[in-house]
Design a protein. Structure first.
Lengths: 1075, 251
């Protein structure tokens, strides 16, 4: 048998509250929490429990004031809550949004006289129902009006309405009555209606105002009216205990307590608990959050199945928690999953009637608590429940702090805070009265029209059933989204309750139907692999194909003839099937002809960078058995040291012989440049090229009417596929000259003139492309190259809507912009469909697929690739199966061949046992590129090596390497709120080594010329030092001598040796200018 | 410059990173491999100037101390040739991580050239070798040596603690001729810079790959020889200029 003290702990763990009231032990317990054994134990130690409770009360009474009858001093007092409601009524007097309706069906023979009498008694007993409210100067006050002025039951007869329409009309009447505003100064804060629905069916309907009423008051009303009605039916004098406490006494107590030490403690607790949690939660909505919220609301109902209810109860018993706590946990986790956060604030009402003498007092005692729920993604559901239990119990210990006192104490615009976004409440209706004498009493579910929270999740526990609803603001959400949300809630609740030890982040939100739907939307068009050779098609050059540049247009015949000439010249030069032909040409339409000619000769196209050194060029040609170098006349100084012919494209002689054979050798290689010039070119076969062209075909859907603008240089790996694709489909292929491509304005103007339907570009030319992307003509833009420096892309709104982006990793850093379509009637942009040829998924941070409507990481995989890849964009599936880009994530940078999540890296670092703090940034460096820098503070004196740190991160994250510079610091500079102070972070990527800068002033130029001559140095920077250029003392004398002879300036040796050229020149007479 | 320690916890190596300065093609990195002992002391300034020159040309540069030398950990007896070749590998990996590179150039002076060659032959990510005045490896016993297998002899030290080149060469003469089991990776570019033509021994060592080596003869006082009373070598400006120009011309 447990002792009283041990038993108190057991009771506390099960959220069973007990208190002493005279000789009675009052127990307030959740349903099912007291079994027979516990009941026996309580009874066995009842006296000891009473003694302990009395002692505790006497201890706490020294600091915690009790609510007692105050007397006239409290007359007219209103609570902070009533004050706020009054103000809201003044701002929106006709909204009806502060009304609280409740209706009950009465089945059986109704004694209307008895009911009327019961109502009179009820209003007599509860003074709040006779109140009127007034503004008295700066103060709101209330007065009581005489009983005679109280209107009693108002009748409405639906019994003659046809049966098929009766319920509908009745419900509409209920809704209409619920919206009728109150004149709080001139009418009581409650209206009572009696509706006749049939001979033995009535409804009693109470519409009250929240300035005088809360949810618990309905229970008081049911209880009291039931007792009073029954008494009057029996013609007996009703015996209803009357409370000695008035609401004014509570209001007085509440205001007094707020000034006490205990009240200040509570306020401080809430301020600390909610610090940093007030930012609006980014819950996805159907419409933007308006500046002035409209609290019009709607309701979407649901019910939990019996099996789930049973499992919930079992889990609650096992964990020593309430079902309320479990449902609060799942609500928090669901919202967290929707917004990628593990820290949400859920508002929950508490009765505020802790003291027994308040239980039967009508008035608005309900208080609001803001529960800040935080968890770790790796937590199991069981762990989350335990955390929520601790949070709830802690909050209950400070529930006496009026919510209005807390709200007044926080700065900022409350409308934008997270405090009024999410609500959760749990109503236990099991013990509600179901009979008034012979009348069966049943609550009537009602429509709903107003809510102060964005989303209010509430549950009704009727004993053996659990049902509820989500009330939502209709200015933010559509009914469809809320139905989906309820689906996700039930889905994740079912999974979490069934597997409470699995990490909560692993429970999918997707129902089987949604999974099937996503698979249907994502059924990308398969690659069209046919027997038709696209390369052969390109080389045959369909009649409609043309090549266009600023200088002119080449039709099919010219292309055919010129490419044959090239092929013959190559063959004459000894090029054989499979030989590599290096190509070194500027952007020009002739490069397309060179490509066709090389392939027609059966040789391999091997473009080389124009800036390649002779050594590299020779090495390449040698390694690839190159036979020829095809170049344009702008390339000079070629020194081939290998046995290969150098052919100037423009100088080749045309031959009278025509070359009849088509391109040869399906086994021929086609070499492409890859990476830097230090890496040998990677070769691919024609078969592979066919696949590449095939995949392009399925995504680009080129037609002969298309105009494909290729802004790529000939040495870009994507140049050849781009050109061949366009020609193979008989489209027009357009290429700028090098000069045009280098002039952004000129290029943009030419693009605007061309009106291309497809643009293939590299990142440097993206700006010119995007300025013209608003044209009607452009259907898609393909970006080839490293997009890491272009995360600043502002996707323009076009007449077709907003552009989206995809990509592929295996063939390079492709980017595809495909437009959204436009609503034909409204013109509003609609999401575009996913690109065919890509598998598209929207994932949450834990890699789980998200259902339509929830934004997440856009992850793509091109068909044929093994690995998917992250994009730096977040997107969501619309309910129609389209994709909508929501935002770009700046925390992702491209490094080590992948997108790196800086925040994830940082979090991983901070969690390492030997790291106390860390911060990562990508900062622009002196080169103009971004440099990843990690500042890290280590625990203790030991500083691990950079290798150790990188390995530790890799161990945690698998494939993400912590690249960049690592800078150890004693501590990371942060301000009082923990924010980084970036200026105090040393930047090692910017050094004091100055880049090369040519001499500018006359004196600088003179000195440079003298130094160059004497030191035999070719290139002298303004920041060079004579000594570091290798100058000796003897050479210094020669410099000094020459300077003096030319300028009459006697340069000191010390100055010459220890300063830079610019610094020396600045010390020359007359500011550095030659005298 | 950013000083830090890299490598394993039981063998931390001191390193200095020079970030690139000035706009350029980017994506290029060089690890500087020091000479031995007193040569290292004298050539220190030249190597620093080289690092700055490369940095100005847009290169990422890493200088470091081999184990058992300079500010790196390890006692004298932990300094083995093979260990130093491994250290170059650590430096290469570190530079690749810092600068997001796919490969690096190895620039070695004197013994550093020997070690850089050994390291470069092991690593397919070596994009270029610049061998500055490589040690004269003329001994037959060195030719065909299994560099990776037999380079585990501790480096002999002078009485003052610095390694002696003469002793080192004597040690190398004792290495037996062994077939090299490792398929050598010859980088795409290799440059030898020095006051004279490539030593015969080095020619034989490099073998067929010699045709891929660019030779530049520089007539100037080498940086690893003492020139002044300060004990430092002269700044080998011509060699530095040649190296930075040669690397700068690479796309």
């Amino acid at each position: 048998m447990k002792s009283a003290a041990a038993l108190l702990k057991v009771l506390a763990d099960r959220d069973i509250r007990i208190r002493a009231e005279d000789e009675r032990l009052i127990v307030d317990a959740p349903k099912g929490s007291i079994d027979e054994e516990l009941g026996s134990e309580i009874r066995a130690v009842k006296d000891d429990l009473l003694e302990i409770l009395r002692e505790a009360n006497s201890d706490s009474s020294a600091t915690e004031p009790s609510i007692v009858a105050i007397g006239p001093q409290a007359d007219g007092y209103i609570s902070p809550f009533q004050e706020r409601i009054w103000m809201l009524e003044q701002i929106r007097p006709d909204s009806g949004e502060n009304n609280l309706p409740g209706a009950w069906r009465l089945r059986g023979p109704l004694n209307e006289m008895a009911l009327q009498s019961a109502l009179s008694d009820f209003i007599r007993i509860h003074p709040m129902l006779r109140a009127r409210f007034f503004q008295d100067n700066s103060r709101v006050t209330r007065r009581e009006n005489p009983l005679a002025s109280i209107p009693l039951l108002q009748g409405c007869d639906f019994s003659s309405t046809p049966a098929g329409q009766r319920e509908t009309e009745f419900q509409k009447w209920l809704e209409d009555m619920a919206r009728v505003p109150f004149d709080l100064s001139n009418e009581p804060p409650i209206r009572m209606y009696l509706a006749r629905l049939g001979p033995e069916e009535h409804a009693i309907y109470a519409v009250s105002h929240s300035i005088a009423w809360d949810g618990w008051c309905f229970d008081i009303m049911l209880e009291d009216l039931g007792l009073l009605y029954s008494a009057h039916c029996r013609r007996e004098e009703p015996q209803l205990p009357q409370s000695t406490i008035r609401y004014e006494d509570f209001a007085y107590w509440q205001r007094t307590r707020g000034q006490s030490d205990r009240g200040q403690e509570d306020l401080l607790f809430w301020q600390k608990r909610l610090a940093g949690a007030l930012k609006t939660l980014p819950i996805p909505t159907d419409r933007p959050r308006p500046q002035n919220p409209n609290h019009a609301g709607a309701r979407s109902n649901f019910a939990l199945n019996d099996h789930l209810v049973t499992q919930l109860s079992k889990l609650a018993r096992n964990e020593g928690v309430t079902v309320y706590m479990i449902l609060l946990s799942i609500w928090s986790v669901l919202i967290g999953r929707m917004i990628d956060q593990n820290d949400v604030v859920v508002t929950t009402p508490v009765r505020g009637r802790d003291q027994a003498n308040l239980e039967n007092v009508v008035g608005p005692f309900t208080n609001t608590l803001f529960l800040r729920i935080q968890w770790d993604p790796s937590d199991s559901f069981r762990s989350v429940i335990r955390k929520v239990k601790a949070i709830s119990l802690e909050a209950m210990g400070h529930q006496a702090c009026p919510v209005d006192d807390f709200l007044r104490s926080i700065p900022g615009e409350l409308k934008e805070s997270s405090l009024f976004q999410l609500n959760f409440s749990y109503q236990n209706t099991e013990d509600r009265l179901t009979h008034w004498g012979d009348l069966e009493v049943e609550q009537i579910p009602q429509g709903f029209h107003a809510t102060h929270s964005e989303l209010n999740f509430w549950v009704r526990d009727a004993g053996d059933t659990l049902s509820g609803a989500i009330d939502y603001r209709t200015d933010l959400y559509d009914a469809e989204r809320i139905r989906k949300l309820i689906g996700w809630l039930l889905q994740i609740l079912t999974d979490a309750v069934a597997s409470p030890d699995e990490p909560i982040s692993q429970h999918s939100l997707l129902s089987p139907d949604e999974q099937a739907q996503l698979a249907t939307w994502n059924r990308a068009r398969p690659l069209d692999i046919t027997d038709r050779s696209r390369i052969a098609q390109a080389l045959e050059i369909p009649p409609s194909a043309t090549l266009e540049s600023e200088g002119g247009v080449w039709d099919r015949d010219i292309l055919h003839a010129r490419s044959l000439e090239v092929a013959q010249a190559l063959l004459s030069a000894g090029v054989e099937e499979g030989d590599c032909v290096a190509v070194r040409m500027r952007r020009a339409p002739e490069s397309v002809i060179a490509l066709l000619g090389i392939l027609r000769a059966g040789a391999c196209w091997m473009p080389v960078p124009r800036a390649i050194s002779n050594d590299s060029l020779n090495a390449w040609i040698e390694q690839t058995n190159g036979r020829a170098l095809l170049h344009d006349s702008t390339v000079t100084g070629i020194n081939l040291e290998v046995p290969a012919r150098s052919l100037d494209f423009f100088a080749q002689d045309s031959s009278e012989e025509s070359f009849q054979s088509p391109h040869r050798a399906s086994s021929s290689r086609m070499a492409q440049l890859s990476g830097s010039a230090f890496s040998p070119p990677q070769s691919i076969t024609f078969e592979t090229l066919e696949v590449v062209l095939g995949s392009r075909e399925s995504t680009q859907c080129l037609e002969s009417s298309d105009l494909s603008l290729v802004l790529l240089a000939p040495d870009d790996p994507a140049f050849a596929p781009a050109a061949l694709s366009a020609l193979a489909h008989g489209a027009t292929l357009a290429m700028p000259t090098e000069d045009c491509a280098a002039d952004k304005l000129r290029l943009a103007a030419w693009i605007a003139h061309l009106k291309p339907t497809i643009i293939e570009t590299d990142p440097p030319h993206l700006d010119a492309v995007l300025t013209t992307a608003g044209q009607q003509s452009v259907a898609s833009i393909w970006i080839h190259g490293d997009l890491t420096q272009r995360l600043d892309i502002e996707l323009p709104a076009t007449s077709k809507g907003i552009w989206q982006i995809g990509g592929s990793r295996s063939t390079g850093h492709w980017g595809l912009l495909f437009p959204q379509t436009q609503n034909p009637s409204s013109g509003a942009p609609l999401a575009g469909g996913p690109a065919p040829g890509f598998e598209t998924r929207i994932l949450d941070p834990d890699g789980l697929e998200l259902p339509p409507g929830l934004p997440g990481q856009l992850v793509l995989r091109q068909l044929g690739d093994v690995l998917p890849f992250n994009t730096p964009w977040r997107a969501l599936w619309t309910h129609q199966g389209n994709l909508h880009i929501t935002e770009r994530q700046d925390a992702l940078i491209w490094a080590q061949g992948q997108w790196l999540d800086i925040l994830k890296l940082q979090t991983t670092l901070q969690a390492l046992p030997f790291v106390t703090d860390a911060h990562i940034e990508a900062r622009p460096s002196a080169t103009g590129n971004s440099q990843l820098i990690t500042w890290v503070a280590y625990r203790g004196d030991h500083e691990p090596t950079s290798t150790t740190l990188r390995k530790a991160v890799m161990n945690h994250l698998g494939d993400q390497l912590l690249g960049g510079i690592i800078v150890p610091l004693p501590e990371i500079p942060r301000d009082d709120r923990g924010a980084i102070r970036p200026r105090l972070l040393p930047d090692p990527s910017n050094t004091n080594v100055s880049a090369f800068e040519p001499p500018v002033s006359d004196m600088e130029k003179l000195l440079a010329a003298i130094w160059g001559k004497i030191l035999d140095a070719e290139r002298i920077s303004a920041h060079d030092s004579f000594a570091e250029l290798g100058g000796t003392s003897l050479q210094a004398l020669r410099v000094i001598e020459e300077v003096e002879s030319l300028t009459s300036w006697s340069l000191s040796p010390r100055l010459l040796f220890f300063q830079t050229l610019r610094q020396i020149a600045a010390r020359a007479p007359q500011g550095g200018e030659r005298p | 410059m950013n000083p830090f320690f890299m490598g394993s916890e039981h063998q931390p190596l001191y390193a200095l990173y020079h970030p690139p300065v000035g706009r350029g093609p980017g994506g290029r990195g060089a690890v500087l491999c020091n000479p031995l002992g007193s040569e290292s002391n004298r050539a220190h300034r030249s190597l620093r100037v080289l690092a700055d020159a490369l940095s100005r040309s847009g290169w990422h540069v890493l200088r470091f101390d081999y184990r058992g030398t300079g500010d790196s950990s390890g006692e004298d007896d932990s300094a083995t040739l093979n260990g130093w070749v491994e250290d170059i590998g650590v430096a290469a990996e570190e530079l690749k991580a810092i600068a997001d590179l796919k490969g690096v150039h190895l620039i070695g002076l004197r013994l550093g050239a020997f070690l850089a060659t050994a390291a470069g032959l092991r690593r397919p990510d070596t994009q270029g070798l610049i061998l500055w005045d490589p040690v004269d490896l003329h001994s037959e016993s060195i030719l065909g040596a299994q560099w990776c297998g037999h380079l585990d002899q501790p480096v002999p030290r002078e009485s003052g603690g610095a390694a002696s080149t003469a002793d080192f060469e004597k040690m190398l003469q004792e290495i037996h001729k062994q077939p090299n089991p490792n398929a050598p990776f010859w980088p795409h570019q290799a440059l030898v810079v020095g006051p004279k033509a490539i030593p015969d021994g080095f020619r034989r060592l490099v073998g067929e790959n010699l045709k891929r080596v660019t030779l530049k003869e520089i007539d100037e006082a080498p940086p690893w020889l003492e020139e002044s009373d300060f004990g430092a070598g002269p700044v080998a400006a011509r060699a530095i200029h040649t190296i930075s120009t040669w690397t700068g011309s690479a796309p």
